[in-house]
Design a protein. Structure first.
Length: 421
């Protein structure tokens, strides 16, 4: 029986590879890589393979052989990608495309999953200061890592779901020589297929905002923004409804420093404060909801040390709900540093480290849960030809919790080969 399953898996993987190569080598595309469509338009496409050696695919603590088992496997990832890129001369660009990840396990075949992402990105800046940006990312996936902090799937049953995130802003950046004003709208929705097991995870969010910015140095500006948002859980369950679910509203104020394109720095140094208010008084078990105030961060910056070397840093802080049926939450704080360097125009060396802490309001046997997660990665990519790249990555992740059942260690090694541009 196992032999037949492996034969079916091999046939499925072979057919997938042939289909993807057929797509990327069709007459319309001519060759893997870049296809020019006029002076301002190009089509970029690639097909990648990643072989992943994973010594703990379920991120189990090893405390038992059912829900916390430690299992190793080899995973084949097939990664197609297509991107349409249209340049608006002197004003910005429009991009839309598709990326996929088709994962096939060598032994735990019931875990096979797929992720499909479609994205649209508009960036427009007129010479007179008009700014318009729109980004939409749609994801259809069944990968098991929906939320490492609270919602990791540890069985062979897939976590099928679709997500959509939209970010829009419209403004004017040349009020005098230094000032600009911008309006914001953000929307997010997630919908899980299994309405019994995953009923508490379906929700949508709307967020509206306005902000101002002021130039302080060449290509550098300071900003201040205010946002108001709502989360509405769309729960389908007998005991959880609009009278006791964890719907909430929030206000947040963010400030910091950002950089225009071409500066020595890029990204934003972004810190703020948030006020969260729940619409109901108690959850489905009768436990009270408590309004919360906390500082937040959405900092992600890169320092371009030289043309060949970049150093990145991040600081993120947010309060995350467990689900619609409970008042449980965790306060997640993450800090990280990474560096990448291009050597001899063919090698890209990279390394990074991130530390994450999750402070929960829950306890197990009288022990309050507090998790510390360490994530280290290192890798090298080599450009064999202009259209072909090979790579090797190593990722180590460990979670140390005050509640032992949530501990895990995981080592992953990736062997990569990508054709395209």
């Amino acid at each position: 029986m196992k032999g037949w399953q492996k034969m079916k898996k091999f046939a499925k993987l072979t057919i997938t590879l042939l289909a993807m190569f057929a797509l990327c080598t069709s007459a319309a595309l001519a060759e893997i890589g870049k296809y020019k469509i006029g002076g301002n338009t190009q089509l970029l496409y690639s097909l990648g393979y990643e072989g992943e050696s994973n010594d703990n695919i379920y991120r189990g603590a090893g405390t038992n052989e059912t829900t916390e088992r430690v299992v190793a496997d080899w995973i084949h990832h097939i990664k197609p990608s297509v991107l349409f890129d249209y340049t608006i001369a002197g004003r910005g660009d429009i991009k839309f495309g598709y990326t996929g990840d088709l994962a096939y396990y060598n032994t735990e075949v019931l875990n096979d999953w797929q992720k499909h992402i479609g994205a649209f990105d508009l960036n427009y800046r007129s010479p007179v200061g008009l700014l318009a940006m729109l980004k939409n990312v749609y994801t259809d996936t069944s990968d098991p890592y929906s939320n490492d902090a609270d919602y990791l799937n540890t069985s062979t049953e897939q976590v099928k779901r679709w997500l959509n995130r939209l970010n829009a802003k419209l403004g004017y950046t040349q009020l005098g020589d230094k000032f600009g004003v911008i309006g914001y709208y953000n929307y997010y929705i997630q919908d899980y297929e299994n309405k019994v097991r995953d009923f508490s995870q379906d929700y949508n969010e709307h967020e509206f905002g306005a902000g101002g910015e002021m130039a302080i140095l060449t290509k550098t500006f300071a900003f201040l923004r205010y946002h108001y948002g709502t989360r509405d859980y769309t729960t389908e369950a007998t005991l959880v409804n609009d009278s006791n679910d964890s719907d909430f509203t929030w206000h947040r104020v963010n400030g910091g420093i950002g950089w225009d394109s071409g500066a020595k720095w890029s990204g934003e140094l972004n810190l703020g404060y948030a006020w969260r208010k729940y619409e109901n008084e108690i959850d489905s078990l009768g436990s009270p909801y408590e309004d919360k105030n906390f500082w937040i961060a959405a900092t992600d910056v890169t320092f371009h040390l030289t043309q060949a070397t970049n150093i990145g840093g991040l600081l993120r802080r947010e309060l995350k709900e467990t689900g619609s049926n409970t008042n449980e939450f965790n306060l997640e704080t993450q800090i990280g540093l990474d560096i990448n360097h291009t050597a001899m125009e063919k090698f890209i060396l990279s390394a990074g480290y991130a530390y994450q802490e999750n402070d929960y309001n829950t306890s197990t046997n009288g022990i309050k849960r507090d998790d510390k997660v360490h994530d280290f990665n290192a890798g090298v990519d080599y450009k064999i030809q202009s259209w072909l790249t090979a790579g090797l990555d190593y990722v180590y992740k460990t979670r140390d919790s005050t509640v032992d059942v949530y501990d895990y260690d995981q080592n992953r090694i990736f062997i990569k080969l990508t054709g395209g541009f």
